[in-house]
Write a protein that binds this ligand. Structure first.
Ligand code: ADP
Ligand code: MG
Length: 397
């Protein structure tokens, strides 16, 4: 079969990819799939580590998806395969599924199946073939893309009747309770609620969302993702430590969450907090404001106006929240020096990807400059590609 493997995938037009996936499904399982569902990865435009502080985030779905081909079968066995790496068929008795015992990549699709069962929605046995063009572990949420594709599929096949917001929570529960990653609703919201040409403004306290226009092409702009290929071993520990600092800051300041601290209250907070906790708090408080400012600018002046906010966000993560790394800083700095309007690391930090907002005409120059600066610094060559704000999870017709 000729599906190109992740993690260096070439995105195909959706129909072509779906046709290839259906053919691969038939070769493996001996029958055509009942349907194919696709759910996108996401880039967080701005609003980092604000989600678990009851704050604001502004992600958008990208034109790279996890696609699942599914056919239900009699009995209670699930057979799953992914085109990723060395494809290997995994066969599971669904009667034995339990949250604590799943591991490997099948924990994402089977985690969703398990959560649906907790909600009284039975999938029954099935065959599933996954093909994803979302690079894994690059901070683009390949995991939520899988969860959202599977949740959307079984919601439809099993007539679950769940709303998009309920499906967000299904994906989040799979990630929290089965995979064991303590993540918020950002990734699944972006993957499920997006529409093309828009970002999704999320209020993580209210769990409410609003679409915000992000028409890059009409403004002669594009967003470049620079995947540094860095995965730092201390990313998990660093994430937990940042969460703990935020909780401490909120406790000392006497608020339910850092969402409740206004920028005008930072001076006073400085006198109450130790210097490190204060810097962590300042990042969250200023980042929430930057998200609100970005939304206002996108509604009003358009994407050409948000560059400085993106760059200020990076500086805050580098200096106050201390979650950047030399590769991310170099990517941001080089992009800015070669025509980017703004640039920042995106995702949890300690590696992963940076984004740069650039005039379309500057693309070749920025790519070349970043590649040569990485080579000059002795860093692993980055993977650089454009993303555009795309549709959320859907059935491929
Ligand atoms: P991210 O969501 O930022 O890409 P995660 O660590 O949350 O990173 O999720 C990556 C995991 O998702 C991988 O380790 C793998 O288990 C699973 N995954 C991602 N893409 C695929 C794929 N194409 N096939 C199978 N599993 C995948
Ligand atoms: Mg993930």
């Amino acid at each position: 079969m000729s599906i190109p493997p992740n993690p260096n995938p070439n995105p195909n037009p959706e129909q072509l990819a779906a046709e290839q996936l259906a053919a691969a499904f038939e070769t493996t399982f001996g029958d055509r799939p009942e349907g194919i569902w696709a759910a996108p990865g996401r880039v967080n435009l701005i609003g980092e580590h604000t989600d678990y502080n009851d704050g604001f985030v502004l992600p958008f779905a990208i034109d790279r998806t996890a696609m699942v081909a599914i056919r239900r079968r009699s009995g209670n066995t699930a057979r799953l395969i992914s085109s990723y790496g060395q494809p290997e068929l995994v066969s599971v008795d669904l009667g034995t599924l339990s949250a604590g015992t799943m591991n490997g990549w099948t924990a994402y699709p089977l985690g969703v199946v398990w959560v649906l069962r907790q909600m009284g929605i039975e999938t029954g046995g099935f065959d599933l073939y996954l093909h994803s063009t979302v690079p894994s572990g690059a901070g683009l949420s390949s995991s939520a893309a899988i969860e959202c594709a599977v949740a959307t599929a079984f919601n439809e096949l099993g007539a679950g009747g769940l709303s998009l917001n309920e499906l967000v929570l299904v994906g989040q529960r799979a990630e929290n309770e089965v995979v064991g990653a303590p993540t918020g609703i950002l990734d699944q919201s972006a993957s499920l609620l997006s529409t093309a040409g828009h970002a999704v403004f999320l209020d993580c306290r209210e769990q409410s969302s609003k679409l915000v226009p992000l028409d890059l092409a009409a403004n002669g702009l594009l967003i470049l993702v620079i995947d540094t290929k860095v995965t730092h071993a201390h990313a998990t520990g660093g994430y937990a430590a940042r969460r703990a600092s935020c909780e401490l800051g909120a406790e000392v300041l006497g608020v339910a969450a850092l969402r409740d601290v206004a920028a005008s209250e930072l001076n006073e907070a400085a006198g109450l907090l130790d210097p490190e906790t204060f810097r962590r708090v300042r990042h969250i408080v200023s980042e929430n404001q930057r998200v609100l400012d970005t939304v206002a600018l996108l509604d009003d002046a358009g994407p050409g106006a948000i560059g400085e906010l993106l760059t200020a966000s990076h500086a805050s993560m580098r200096d106050d929240f201390e979650i950047s790394c030399p590769e991310l800083d170099l990517a941001v700095e080089t992009a800015l020096n070669h025509g980017a309007l703004g640039a920042r690391m995106t995702g949890g930090g300690f590696g992963g990807s940076a984004i740069a907002l650039i005039p379309a005409a500057a693309e070749a120059g920025v790519r070349a400059a970043v590649e040569s600066s990485f080579a000059g610094a002795g860093f692993t060559a980055p993977d650089i590609f454009t993303v555009s704000p795309a549709a959320g999870a859907h059935r491929v017709p």
